[in-house]
Design a protein around this ligand. Structure first.
Ligand code: THU
Length: 135
């Protein structure tokens, strides 16, 4: 898995990214940081909208920023949010497209408490690109 200092750096990046969250409706700020195979860290924060359903989660902002920069291979994701909770279902599906076994670090807003899991554990029997092979 990840070296302890790499883990700590990734969690720190998620904690810092959370500061940019635009969450005036829920007041629930989330930060995300993706570590790419190339060693880059690409961050995201949730961006809400007055038309509530258009909100995009921090995790998807990070994935889409990464992919739009040509990065599609990921080593780990860290998120920072109150309660150190897990990514929502929509974000799990988007992450599965690129990194089915992705290690995920879930930290509180200060990065003090960190829980670890994997995307495979959070999204078993996922639908993915391979399911379209028979078409
Ligand atoms: N949110 C995320 O950014 N990531 C998640 O995994 C869960 C929810 C955001 C969406 C919304 O802006 C706020 O948190 C409350 O749901």
């Amino acid at each position: 898995m990840l070296e302890p200092e790499v883990k700590a750096g990734l969690v720190h990046a998620a904690v810092e990214a959370r500061r940019a969250a635009y969450a005036p409706y829920s007041q629930f700020a989330v930060g995300a940081a993706l570590l790419t195979e190339s060693g880059a860290i690409i961050t995201g924060a949730n961006v809400e909208n007055a038309s509530y359903g258009l909100t995009v989660c921090a995790e998807r902002v990070a994935v889409f920023r990464a992919v739009a920069q040509g990065e599609r291979r990921f080593r780990a994701l860290a998120i920072s949010l109150t309660g150190a909770g897990a990514p929502c279902g929509a974000c799990r599906q988007v992450l599965h497209e690129f990194a089915p076994g992705l290690p995920i670090l879930m930290a509180d807003p200060e990065g003090g408490t960190v829980q670890e899991t994997t995307l495979a554990a959070l999204l078993p029997r996922a639908f993915g690109p391979e399911d379209l092979d028979s078409v």
